[in-house]
Design a protein around this ligand. Structure first.
Ligand code: MGD
Ligand code: MGD
Ligand code: SF4
Ligand code: MO
Length: 820
């Protein structure tokens, strides 16, 4: 299992404290390491202590919100009589760009409701014998019984099916907290003989699997950072990128994009929705049909070629595949992108703006204007969010946006960008050691439910199994830790629940969470975890631009009820299985683990504070010694000395490797568009724009944007957050009036996979023919199987994308009607 499947894989140069101080403008001597006094847990001392909080708190502790919104915000927890009485935000920064306050959003600030929620799991719960998983019936058992049961089931699975039958589902509730991220579970499995591995992630699956063919980067190829754009860009394009809602921390891209606007950078948003980013930041909004970005790009490049606006010098020097004079030897004639645009390729269609308008719904004149605007604003940073790629054939969506950055010659220049997501500086601190997984077999993480259902049928060429030609066993022991995959976040949750209900397939489902979610209710055994406030940890930032940081998480209160930190539970299981010493050494508590890990981090990078120093400062900021991130800067400066990791060393607009996959992999003929192309072509897909226009039954394209009420499902059970941001289905006024739906009506959205109900938001903020059901709402099935919670994934499918075999969860066709 990768230690951090979301990591960018960039090689980092450890900055010295001096160099980071220099470019970040933080004066030496006021560095964040210089704490004014010691935090002894007293309200009146140390930076965690507050002038702004309760006057009579007993103590103030450092903590953080560790969900996967891409930030990680420090929180200061004020404790009175052993209870978290108030949650305060970061107070260690100011409003300057590189020392910005990492203010938590409305979710983190409502942490008290998560800690003290009635949904907290209080004791280990065992499913009642003879009941079905989906019935969710439990009896309380003791920790001793629970640990015995896990040890027994684990041993049984290794003995009868081997390590490839053991799988830890994807889960982001504890993402990247240095200890809680794994909670010791992968370490336990790896020391016991290993587990089935996975590749990819639900966040940017298609980006992570396709980028190597184009830019050679093993994972993603970030664009320039927004900090760089503030200084250098003429134009910032947020392409399916909604930082105002998905990067809501004051430490992150919400803040930097707002600063870019303030600095006068022109901003254009390309999105089927008039997102919060469009509303707050944009000078222009391009509203296209979902999944049609590659067609929009093709139409735009047609305009650029027509009007000579493309950067031929850049294409000649740095790329292959754009025109017939720059093709790999093995490519057939007329296989270049230019031939594709001019209608000389295999489809024989010229990709005029009129052609693109028909598919995308963006008027041809707007396509022309947008093309000129992007080509002429030099330099322009085109930053791609992850909405476009979470689609059927999302891989070509990704590549087409990269391509636009190349055709306009913006790659590798200050103020420009690669067309990837806004760049960032990845934290240098590392997480606890998960030990080596001896198993090499891995599946695409999105196919885990397939591996439960039909594991031994899954092959390399059809299902993307790696390390083996085919799987020998299905998943028999499934762990859901910090994960709501079984009944909320995976596609087609009705089908997922059905497969999990068949106990002959997966024989044991183990859950560990701190809230009784729909997925926990599907488990055979549920273990009550602590919340961050009840254990020790350290937490790094994630996608927060050029600012990196590490936060101390102190144990502020005793674990509630009978909850126990995962790491102490996995250590106890290891002990039971006879590998206690190997697992833990002499460490007993999460504090012991945290101290040891922070010491190792301090040793590796001496500018990183040690455990006690980090407790003092609470948050430690540092930045890239090389200054703001400029993607592929070295390659641009000297492509011979710094070739890309592609076969040609150049940017491969035509990829022979993809042509080879197209010829050798097997695809599902029933799925329109389940195919690979050597160029970033537009491919009409299953449940895509064309099918919607042709369908009488399900004529609406349903996307499921990430919503500010929650991070996925996390925080989705808190009354304050639900009140502030109620669950609503976005629908265009034209589509609503056709169906007699008015703003605020209860509506049901449905297709053959399921039916879900919530309130309608009737608006012109979404393109006609498109609806959006914000993803992550808590499911609530009535006795007819209708979800009254408004969950998007009763509508989505398991259908994987062609190259990555990843999640296309923004692709689904639906109908909508007023609820009775
Ligand atoms: N508040 C909040 N923040 C979050 C999360 C959350 O659940 N809530 N989740 C976090 C996680 S784990 C992740 S991975 C990121 C997700 O970040 P993203 O994947 O970037 O977020 P999405 O909302 O899925 O998509 C971004 C935008 O793309 C648009 N879009 C959808 N389909 C298309 C398309 O075909 N073309 C174009 N051009 N645009 C399209 C959507 O309307 C949306 O506004 O967000 C993180 N931040
Ligand atoms: N339709 C649709 N579906 C999507 C997406 C989409 O755009 N559309 N986006 C996808 C994306 S990008 C992602 S990343 C996935 C995310 O999918 P998940 O990772 O399953 O996300 P969450 O629903 O937030 O589940 C996290 C769980 O962790 C738990 N948790 C929080 N803190 C702790 C802790 O301290 N200990 C333990 N043990 N548990 C804890 C929470 O209570 C919650 O149940 O969803 C994907 N699903
Ligand atoms: S959800 Fe994200 S932005 Fe909000 S407090 Fe948590 S880490 Fe910060
Ligand atoms: Mo994600």
């Amino acid at each position: 299992m990768p230690n951090n499947p979301d990591s960018c894989g960039l090689t980092q140069n450890a900055p010295t404290r001096r160099s980071f101080l220099k470019w970040s403008g933080i004066a030496a001597g006021t560095s964040t390491l210089v704490a004014s006094s010691t935090n002894l847990g007293m309200p009146g001392s140390g930076p965690a202590a507050a002038a702004d909080g309760l006057a009579d708190a007993d103590a103030t502790f450092w903590s953080a919100c560790i969900v996967n919104c891409g930030s990680r915000c420090p929180l200061r927890l004020q404790v009175k009589d052993g209870v978290v009485a108030r949650v305060l935000p970061d107070n260690t920064g100011d409003d300057t760009l590189m020392n910005r306050n990492i203010r938590g959003c409305v979710r983190g600030r409502n942490m008290r409701q998560r800690i003290y929620n009635p949904d907290r799991i209080k004791k280990p719960l065992k499913r009642v014998d003879g009941s079905k998983r989906s019935e969710g019936k439990f009896e309380e058992i003791s920790w001793e019984e629970a640990i015995d049961l896990v040890a027994e089931k684990l041993q049984y699975t290794y003995d009868n099916y081997g390590p490839e039958a053991i799988f830890k589902a994807y889960g982001t509730g504890v993402w990247n907290a240095h200890l809680a991220y794994s909670g010791g579970w992968p370490r336990l499995f790896n020391l016991m003989g290993g587990q089935l591995g996975y590749y990819g992630n639900y966040s940017y699956f298609q980006v992570s699997q396709i980028t190597k063919y184009f830019y050679g980067a093993a994972d993603e190829q970030p664009s320039n950072s927004i900090e760089d754009s503030i200084a250098n860009s003429k134009l910032l394009v947020l392409w399916g990128n909604n930082p105002q809602e998905t990067r809501m921390s004051g430490g992150g891209v919400t803040y930097t994009t707002a600063m870019a606007k303030k600095a006068g950078v022109k901003i254009i948003v390309v999105d089927p929705r008039y997102s919060d980013s469009a509303s707050v930041l944009a000078d222009e909004w391009i509203a296209l049909r979902p999944g049609t970005d590659a067609a929009l790009v093709a139409g735009m490049i047609h305009v650029m070629l027509d009007e000579g606006l493309h950067d031929q010098d850049f294409l000649d020097k740095y790329c292959i595949g754009f025109d017939e004079d720059h093709m790999p030897d093995d490519a057939p004639k007329n296989a270049s992108y230019r031939a594709y645009i001019e209608g000389k390729g295999s489809d024989g269609i010229e990709k005029t703006p009129e052609w693109a308008a028909e598919i995308t719904g963006v008027p041809a004149n707007q396509i022309r204007k947008f093309a000129r605007e992007i080509a002429q604003a030099k330099p322009a940073n085109i930053t791609q969010g992850w909405g476009p790629q979470r689609h059927a054939n999302g891989e070509n969506q990704v590549l087409s946006i990269y391509l636009l950055a190349c055709v306009t010659g913006n790659v590798g220049l200050p103020g420009g960008g690669t067309g990837g997501r806004d760049g960032y500086y990845w934290p240098v601190t590392f997480s606890m050691d998960d030990a080596e997984n001896p198993v090499e077999t891995a599946i695409s993480v999105y196919t885990w439910a397939d591996a439960v259902d039909r594991g031994p049928e899954m092959t390399a060429k059809r299902d993307g199994v790696r390390g083996k030609d085919k799987l020998d066993t299905g998943i028999k022991f499934l762990l859901l830790y910090g994960s709501n995959m079984a009944s909320s976040q995976h596609g087609d949750i009705n089908r997922t629940r059905e497969v999990l209900d068949d106990e002959s397939k997966c024989e044991f489902v183990l859950g560990m969470d701190n809230q009784m979610t729909a997925s926990m209710k599907m488990c055979d055994l549920v273990l009550p975890d602590t919340t961050t406030s009840e254990r020790w940890d350290m937490v790094p930032n994630e996608y927060t631009g050029d600012l990196a940081y590490e936060i101390m998480c102190e144990k502020a209160i005793d674990p509630l009820y009978e909850s126990r930190p995962a790491l102490e539970v996995t250590a106890a299981i290891a002990e039971k299985l006879g590998i206690g010493e190997e697992f833990s050494g002499d460490k007993k508590t999460t504090e012991d683990w945290a101290r040891e890990l922070q010491a190792a981090n301090h040793e590796e990078n001496d500018f990183i504070p040690d455990f006690d120093e980090l407790r003092e400062v609470g948050v430690y900021r540092y930045t890239d010694p090389n200054g703001p991130y400029v993607g592929l800067k070295d390659f641009r400066e000297d492509p011979e000395a710094n070739p890309l990791e592609t076969p040609s060393g150049k940017i491969e607009i035509y990829s022979s490797q993809l042509a080879e996959l197209a010829a050798t992999w097997e695809f599902d003929e029933d799925l329109l568009g389940d195919r690979i192309t050597a160029l970033p072509e537009y491919v009409a897909t299953w449940e895509g724009a064309e099918e919607a226009l042709a369908s009488a039954e399900y004529p609406l394209q349903c996307i499921s944007h990430h919503y500010k009420q929650r991070v996925h499902s996390t925080y989705g059970n808190l009354s304050f957050n639900k009140e502030a941001h109620p669950q609503k289905v976005w629908i265009n006024s034209l589509d609503a009036s056709d169906r007699g739906i008015e703003n605020g009506d209860q509506v049901q959205v449905f297709n053959d996979r399921g039916r879900t109900q919530s309130q309608a938001f009737v608006t012109s903020r979404i393109a006609p023919g498109v609806i959006s059901v914000p993803q992550g709402a808590w499911v609530e099935f009535d006795d007819q199987g209708v979800d009254l919670g408004g969950a998007a994934n009763v509508l989505t499918s398991w259908n994987p994308t062609p190259v990555g075999k990843g999640n296309a969860q923004h692709t689904a066709l639906v109908q909508i009607e007023k609820a009775d």
